[in-house]
Design a protein around this ligand. Structure first.
Ligand code: FAD
Length: 396
């Protein structure tokens, strides 16, 4: 197990930290620590400008191969970057779906034309993406997708019709990657396609969903014969499932590995609040704070263990499958702890519309951690089947 970062890694850490301290200031001072969970609606234009600033500094898409504008940074370096980013109070990344999900997917499965057309916009922080997977009856059971893609022989284009739901940042996105059924007679994982759909057309209707955080990070998206060029089908018609699953691997892996520093910031805020209002003297609260601290350390050492895997520059190890389950439950409990530290009045809001403090937003948003990116139950199925080799769950 690798317990320390080596000299080259520490050098890289200093570069990241120096750049952030030089640049996350002036016009960007206002977005320090903003735009995280429950706060995604804040400072949108400033955060888009920040994406372009990151690009100018060479800090977007660092894990991508050099030929596509990345730094070919190792997983270790990507984690260091994320750690330093959170330590410096780097704002929530509007470009993260492009950078960590569709970008790597296009690099792996996209045509040369698709790579040329789309990767540059992600890299430069000028084009943003959303994920069109979930539907009213296709969440955990993603293979139950009903959105249709029909090939129009006359125009040589695909026409996409159907409804997606819980589509994060759809209202800020230029493109959506959509899993849709190309064979109307097919069921389950067969007969699916993976499409790159332009959101800026009248046939796409984005409707915000009001969340209990009083914001609308996600949306319903309706496609009514939305046009998609034949060049924007990734892979072949029947490849949709394989590509969609590969993308979820990216979602459950690297992109969550560096978030511990963000959690550390939240943990410190809770400890400060407990000190300030005296609840730090309560033995039960003290015990829960120390449990949370132990959880942070467990996540830290678990990620070190994953990084020390012999295959660190390739796929993440099987242990990584446990990570989503662990951090999601830990973070949900941290939200509860924050509320108990703040006391009963933290749960009473008199104004309408209401303004939440960052800890209140964190608490409410943390309820979703055990749902998105694979629910806890699905995560347990994945661990049982893929990590432990147990029999597959019975399916009807
Ligand atoms: C904040 C947030 C952001 C999101 N952003 C996006 C996005 O950008 N794009 C997108 O496509 N989706 C997004 N989602 C949707 C998310 O991926 C789904 O909510 C998730 O996959 C669960 O699906 P579901 O909500 O349909 O619940 P269901 O699948 O209906 O599950 C309901 C319950 O049944 C359990 N369950 C279901 N099947 C099984 C099983 N086989 N074994 C055991 N238990 C089971 C589940 O664990 C859960 O507890 C987002 C969700 C949230 C909360």
């Amino acid at each position: 197990m690798k317990l320390d970062f080596d000299n080259a890694d520490e050098c890289f850490r200093r570069d990241v930290s120096q750049w952030l301290s030089d640049n996350l200031s002036g016009e960007f001072e206002c977005i320090r620590g903003r735009g995280g969970p429950g706060d995604e609606h804040m400072f949108i234009e400033e955060r888009k400008a920040w994406e372009r600033k990151l690009y100018q500094g060479g800090w977007t898409c660092i894990g991508w191969p050099k030929e596509y504008g990345g730094k070919a940074a190792s997983i270790v370096q990507q984690v260091i970057f994320n750690e330093e980013y959170a330590r410096a109070g780097g704002p929530g990344r509007i470009g993260h779906i492009g950078e960590t999900l569709i970008g790597p997917t296009l690099i792996a499965y996209g045509s040369e034309q698709q790579k040329r057309r789309y990767l540059a916009g992600i890299l430069t922080g000028t084009e943003f993406w959303c994920q069109g997977y979930s539907e009213p009856n296709a969440g955990s059971d993603l293979a139950n997708v009903h959105t249709k893609a029909k090939f129009d022989d006359e125009t040589g284009q695909w026409l996409i019709s159907g409804q997606k739901v819980w589509t994060s940042l759809a209202h800020e996105s230029h493109y959506c990657f959509v899993v849709a059924r190309t064979d109307p007679k097919s069921v389950g994982q067969k007969g699916l396609g993976f499409f790159l759909v332009n959101m800026e057309q009248p046939e796409v209707d984005v409707r915000p969903i009001a969340q209990m955080t009083s914001t609308s990070e996600f949306n319903e998206v309706f496609f009514d014969d939305a046009v998609c060029s034949s060049d924007d089908l990734v892979g072949q018609c029947g490849d949709g499932w394989t590509i969609a699953m590969s993308l979820l691997g990216f979602e459950r892996g690297i992109s969550t590995l560096g978030q511990q520093m963000l959690f550390t910031n939240e943990f410190n805020d809770i400890v400060n609040a407990a000190r300030a209002n005296g609840s730090a003297d309560d033995p039960i609260i003290r015990q829960r704070i120390s449990d949370a601290y132990i959880g942070l350390k467990i996540m830290r050492y678990n990620s070190m263990r994953m990084l020390s895997d012999s295959n660190v520059d390739g796929d993440l190890s099987k242990e990584a499958m446990c990570y989503k389950l662990y951090w999601a439950s830990w973070h949900r409990n941290l939200g509860k702890l924050a509320m108990d530290v703040l006391g009963p009045e933290a749960e009473i809001l008199l104004d309408s519309p209401y303004q939440l403090t960052q800890l209140q937003s964190m608490y409410l948003f943390s309820r979703s951690d055990t749902i998105y990116g694979g629910t806890n139950q699905i995560q347990r199925n994945i661990i049982a089947e893929r990590a432990l080799g147990m029999p597959k769950e019975p399916r009807g």
